[in-house]
Design a protein. Structure first.
Length: 563
């Protein structure tokens, strides 16, 4: 066999394939149909999250063969393997939703374990739903072997009585039905047509946000983030990804060369400019942690404050990802931000070129519907991500504001609940009134555990017409489909004795978005008195993965990573 020891491209797999002592390993590989020639090539792992648990993943098996072809065309030997996944949307509002954020860590760990154990030289990752996208990027940063990310694509909007709809409409319809504003027949008809096929949720929700983040970081094929799952162009970008990882191996470009402080700022700017999910804060903090990039929650507010809101995307706007794709996709957004000096153009990407080079020559002509506005005529002068602090959230909390919400100041009495299910029942019974501040605690990373998303609750409030009249404050999370006065990621969380644990029914809570404050009208002395004698509640789970996660997970203000 040809010696590959010390090869830049075959920098790890030579340990498996070289020398007489590795004859048993080679024997196993021959059993799978590999040839002597295959042994001399770089080994590329393809973690594929294809499964039947959600429409986000059902199309991934048609992409994997194209990736394999691309790897082989580029001179590599591909190895496909699977890992776990959880559907955020299907588990929403149930105990199962506690597994969602846990799955991010398991996905990252499992990819790391397989890639480390099998001595893969590079990776091409295939994901679809909310947590496997950041989980794969975390694994790439942790392993620091050449990696290209592929997104399975967005779902197309459904059609309900001659108007476009998506899953956000179904969640909000539950609230409308509970108030008598929609019949059961209407709700049943809507649920049957909102999701017409394969792909991740249609708006600028968490999956599409993180696909955009991957592209802005430079970890994905330019233009791929917005391609619908049913569009055959995604087969071409999958083949390109296989070839791209081979170029990265030859060039010696690794994830930590791509994921830098500057590229993370680019990802924040793109997210803020499109009204992306608050989960991007949690996930980018985690990705930065794995890449050893110093980053702080306050950096999100700093970048968002200087970034105009230019993309009119749901849940707060008019359009979905397929609409963005028709007018140029994420590159259109990035080009407008770059031309205005709002992105770092010299960051390296998986193409081997800089972000600026990737965007050269891109046509930024106007589109008729104004999906993407110009920087000099934005929807709002600042972006959609806001970090608030105060005596209720000393470490910070996150709110997503729409283009029209930057002036928000809401003050009202606290309605205090210790779990999500109790709030949902109160909303269904119409016990929440305009002006209230709903506080949901003990749903944080440790307290839940798993920091459940609250879309069932937030959408029910919107569906009852209370989206702008009731504020919600929680140490849990929100779906990217959430809209309204919703403050999440409150840290420290209740389970570790954060101030949110000591809020009482009727306390006056103030959310001041312009002032970046979240406060409760309780003196420091009174708060100390309430703290005396407090004991954290017994854990909800004492064995298994959730109990292990609760013991290891960090605060939300640090990305809720396990270490």
């Amino acid at each position: 066999m040809v010696s590959t020891r010390g090869s830049k491209a075959k920098h790890r797999s030579w340990e498996i394939t070289e020398g007489p002592e590795r004859a048993p390993a080679r024997s196993y590989l021959y059993a799978m149909g590999l040839t002597r020639d295959d042994m001399d090539k770089p080994f590329v792992g393809i973690p594929n999250l294809a499964s039947d648990v959600s429409p986000c993943y059902v199309n991934l098996d048609r992409l994997a063969p194209r990736v394999r072809e691309g790897v082989r065309a580029g001179g590599g030997t591909p190895f496909e393997f699977g890992t776990i996944t959880v559907s955020d949307g299907i588990t929403m509002g149930t105990q199962g939703m506690k597994a969602s954020l846990v799955s991010r860590e398991v996905i990252a760990d499992s990819i790391e374990v397989v890639a480390f154990g099998q001595r893969f030289d590079g990776l091409v990752t295939l994901g679809g739903c909310d947590k496997n996208l950041p989980g794969m990027l975390m694994a790439a940063a942790r392993l620091n072997i050449p990696t290209v990310f592929i997104y399975g694509g967005t779902i197309m909007p459904g059609s309900f009585r001659q108007r476009d709809v998506n899953i956000q409409d179904v969640f909000e319809a539950v609230g409308a039905y509970s108030k008598g504003n929609m019949t059961l027949d209407d709700l049943t008809e809507l649920e049957g047509c909102a999701c017409p096929g394969a792909g991740s949720c249609a708006g600028m929700f968490t999956a599409n946000t993180m696909a955009s983040v991957a592209e802005a970081l430079g970890m994905a094929i330019p233009g791929a983030a917005s391609i619908p799952a049913v569009d055959d162009r995604i087969l071409g970008t999958s083949h390109q990804a296989g070839e791209a990882v081979m170029r990265l191996l030859e060039l010696g470009i690794r994830p930590r060369d791509i994921i830098t402080r500057e590229s993370i700022e680019n990802a924040i700017a793109v997210t803020a400019s499109m009204g992306g999910s608050t989960n991007a804060v949690l996930h980018l903090l985690a990705i930065a942690y794995e890449a050893n990039v110093p980053f702080d929650i306050d950096d999100f507010d700093r970048v968002s404050s200087r970034t105009p809101f230019i993309a009119d995307m749901k849940p707060g706007g008019k359009y979905v990802m397929a609409d963005l794709d028709r007018v140029g996709g994420v590159p259109m957004v990035m080009k407008r931000l770059l031309d205005a000096g709002l992105l770092h153009g010299d960051t390296i990407t998986i193409t081997g070129k800089t972000l600026r080079e990737n965007l050269e020559g891109l046509d930024t002509v106007d589109d008729d519907r104004k999906v993407v506005h110009h920087v000099d005529s934005p929807l709002a002068p600042t972006g959609g991500l806001v970090i608030v602090k105060g005596n209720l959230a000393p470490e910070g909390a996150v709110i997503k504001v729409s283009a029209s919400q930057g002036h928000i100041r809401h003050e009202g009495p606290a309605r205090v609940f210790n779990r999500e299910e109790d709030v949902f029942q109160a909303i269904q019974a119409q016990q929440i009134r305009a002006g209230d501040v709903v506080v949901i605690r003990y749903e944080g990373p440790k307290g839940g555990p798993g920091m459940r998303e609250m879309l069932a609750v937030t959408a029910a409030l919107v569906g009852q017409g209370l989206g702008q009249d009731v504020a919600l404050v929680t140490d849990g999370r929100f779906s990217g489909a959430t809209r309204g006065l919703m403050v999440g990621h409150v840290a420290p969380e209740a389970a570790v004795g954060g101030p949110i644990a000591f809020v009482r029914e009727g306390d006056i809570v103030t959310l001041d978005v312009p002032g970046r404050r979240l406060d409760v009208a309780v003196s420091q002395e009174e708060m100390q008195q309430r703290r005396q004698g407090w004991q954290p509640p017994a854990p909800n789970y004492t064995t298994g993965a959730l109990a292990k996660y609760a013991r290891l997970v960090s605060t939300a203000s640090e990305g809720a990573v396990t270490s």
